[in-house]
Design a protein. Structure first.
Length: 364
């Protein structure tokens, strides 16, 4: 391709992408050097953008290309190359400062690309540097036969991006479980793991995952059983054979998975699935449950998620936080030495207030 034809190709790509962006963002107030996410692109719009780009180029573009090239100019440069960009399953995202603590985040979204992590990275700000770890199954990638094999397969790319600890890991849904097993592998390699955060990860019991009941008030304790990933709240594309095969594969892996205890600081955030089974794995575990939809923490409550990640000391690196206890279903902040605050004192909370709290179970 001559230099002149290359420039013509770039111009055509620019023009087509300006048209696509204008339609998706419902504005023409942007330049070819503006970031798609800065101009209002969310996870659903990013998914639609990638579908449009695949149709435009005729290439099986990986979702990671939008994280790497979020402007029209940079996208056109990547898409104008003769070779299709390769997927990057482990990728640093967002504005974290050079000295920011790395956070390996297993986003678990094998259907829509996990574009919500771009917004999470921005909300974490410069304090934490988010490294997104993609699940298997995106773009037709083979899915390993077990949760442990998924962790082992991602480990080399993780070590390439972050060669040394301390490691902090978090993940949503199955991503949280793969994060837990990745932490186990890192510890076997004598790496220091400071924390694992599991966000509404289903722990299968008898072929189903215990589900939180709709809360009538604080302190609700009952659970019901529901199959993993009910179709009514999973934000996925319309059913397809590929999706059905992937879902069946993950369900089999979850059903066969039996977690072992792990000596790591563990924070479990629940919304749909009961998290009490997870905290039994660690002697240093916190559980925070806010009954709702499976994707609440990474959509409507993503601001709260960012605040928890920044304020929980094992993740943020802070030295301590007030312990929390339950009293008649109500969680009260305690003093730093673990003594309950006086009865007349305000019921202060260092975290956003959820509907239900069960914290530091090993100390209760």
């Amino acid at each position: 391709m001559t230099e002149e034809s290359l420039l013509d190709s770039q111009d055509r790509l620019h023009s087509e992408m300006v048209r696509i962006w204008s339609r998706l963002l419902e504005t023409s107030q942007f330049s070819i050097d503006d970031d798609f996410f800065d101009k209002g692109g969310d996870s659903l719009l990013a998914t639609e953008l990638m579908l449009e780009l695949r149709r435009l180029t005729g290439k099986s573009l990986p979702d990671s290309v939008l994280f790497e090239s979020p402007t029209i100019r940079s996208l056109a440069r990547r898409l104008g190359q003769s070779e299709t960009p390769e997927a990057r399953p482990v990728l640093r995202i967002g504005p974290g400062a050079d000295e920011a603590a790395p956070l390996l985040f297993f986003h678990g979204d094998w259907t829509w690309g996990g574009f919500y992590v771009e917004h999470l990275a921005r909300k974490l700000g410069p304090e934490l540097s988010l490294i997104a770890v993609a699940p298997h199954g995106q773009g037709g990638e083979p899915i390993p036969p077990s949760i442990e094999a998924m962790a082992a397969d991602r480990l080399p790319a993780i070590l390439a991006e972050q060669p040394a600890g301390p490691y902090r890991l978090a993940g949503h849904c199955v991503g949280g479980i793969v994060a837990l097993e990745t932490a186990r592998l890192l510890m076997r390699l004598n790496h220091r793991v400071e924390a694992v955060v599991m966000i509404d990860s289903p722990l299968m019991v008898g072929g189903a995952a215990p589900r939180l009941a709709e809360a009538k008030g604080q302190g609700a304790e009952s659970t019901t059983l529901e199959p993993f990933a009910a179709a009514d709240d999973a934000p996925v594309e319309p059913a397809s054979p590929a999706f059905d095969r992937g879902l069946e594969h993950y369900q089999r892996s979850l059903a066969a998975y039996s977690p072992a205890p792990l000596a790591v600081s563990l924070l479990v955030l629940g919304s749909k699935f009961d998290g009490r089974g997870w905290i039994e794995l660690s002697g240093d575990a916190d559980l925070i449950e806010t009954p709702g939809g499976h994707f609440d923490w990474v959509t409507g409550r993503i601001n709260d998620l960012a605040r928890y990640l920044k304020s929980w000391p094992a993740v943020s690196g802070r030295a301590s936080h007030p312990q929390l206890i339950r009293l008649n279903g109500e969680a009260l902040a305690t003093t730093g030495d673990g003594q309950a605050a006086a009865s007349g004192a305000p019921k202060t909370r260092p975290y956003p207030r959820p509907l239900r709290w069960i914290l530091n179970s090993a100390r209760q």
